[in-house]
Design a protein around this ligand. Structure first.
Ligand SMILES: Cc1cc2nc3c(=O)[nH]c(=O)nc-3n(C[C@H](O)[C@H](O)[C@H](O)COP(=O)(O)O)c2cc1C
Length: 302
């Protein structure tokens, strides 16, 4: 992504692995900007240290606040962006010292803090950004979508689902195929064991079975999930992968780990198929550089 003039972002992973991936990025994209995404529920001090030692350009925080981490990163000259879902979160991010905000709309795939679609969320968040740059995330799949957001005042667009559907993504190929063929997405809390939170997914056997009468999931399952946030932040991130492989659509104990390449095919019906509302408009899996060029309007979107 960064080689194609996007801002490539590494997701959260165990700190030692993150350090390795930062070094790998430097080899693959020398001199290019690198961001690291840190999900606050899983954030450790070591993540901050690795970002500082790796001299990354930007850190994106999401799903909570970590004022000390913001200060440490900014003191090291790292730009801190905070993805937020609403005005109260935007104000808190500004108070913590964030250099910029990412306004998330409910169209977004994956975990959601958004409560409004972007057409409502963006102006609200812009109004409290105090001049900081505001990027917009949710449902963007092509250059027209990017242009619309920028016309509405965003400084840039953030795309997740478009990059899920790239050749470099580690998602299971069947997960990618389900997203490509998706006619609809669902906002649920089903895959919340260890991280009880709203998320947008493409339906699969697990959601067909457990979300038919209530999209969030059965009350009893949500009650169990709601007791587990400490568990999620205490176990190593790698455990999510193990749990994903053990899940079964008939057993309503679903963690947030996604279906990754190399896992058995059956996991696609028992794990969260995170994707945004733009999924239906994306026609093919392409190299990440092509996706960047398409979003920038420099290559045609088929
Ligand atoms: C497969 C997938 C994984 C995601 N993982 C993360 C993540 O690790 N951290 C994060 O801050 N946001 C994550 N997001 C959410 C994005 O930050 C962003 O809000 C969203 O992708 C924008 O909507 P879009 O998917 O419609 O482009 C993820 C989204 C998807 C689809």
């Amino acid at each position: 992504m960064s080689n194609a003039d996007g801002l490539g972002t590494l997701g959260i992973m165990p700190p030692a692995q993150l350090a390795h991936e930062i070094r790998r990025f430097r080899e693959l994209a020398p001199g290019r900007p690198l961001a690291v995404n840190l999900l606050v529920p899983f954030l450790r001090r070591a993540h901050v240290r690795v970002c500082v030692e790796g001299d990354v350009d930007a850190v994106v925080l999401f799903f909570g606040f970590a004022a000390q981490a913001v200060a440490a990163l900014r003191n090291a000259g790292i730009m801190v962006l905070h993805q937020v879902g609403e005005v109260t979160e935007a104000r808190k991010a500004v108070a913590d010292g964030a250099d910029g905000l990412i306004a998330q709309g409910t169209e977004a795939g994956g975990h959601l803090r958004a409560v409004y679609p972007l057409r409502t969320a963006l102006p609200r968040i812009l109004s409290v950004a105090e001049g900081r740059p505001v990027l917009a995330a949710g449902g963007v799949s092509d250059a027209e979508g990017v242009r619309e957001l920028m016309d509405a005042g965003a400084d840039a667009a953030v795309a997740g689902t478009r990059f899920l559907l790239t050749e470099e993504c580690h998602a299971h190929p069947l997960y990618q195929a389900r997203v490509l063929g998706a006619r609809t997405t669902l906002q649920t809390e089903l895959f919340g064991f260890g991280w009880p939170a709203r998320h947008r997914v493409v339906p699969n056997a697990a959601t067909d079975r457990w979300c038919a009468s209530h999209p969030a999931g059965p009350r009893a399952v949500l009650a169990v999930n709601n007791r587990t946030p400490r568990l999620g932040s205490a176990v190593p991130l790698g455990a999510l992968r193990t749990m994903a492989v053990l899940q079964h659509p008939r057993a309503p104990l679903f963690g947030p780990g996604p279906a990754l390449r190399g896992m058995p095919e059956r996991v696609v019906d028992a794990t969260a198929l995170y994707a945004g509302q733009g999924a239906g408009q994306i026609r093919s899996v392409v190299p990440a550089a092509v996706a960047v060029r398409q979003l920038a309007g420099l290559a045609p979107t088929p």
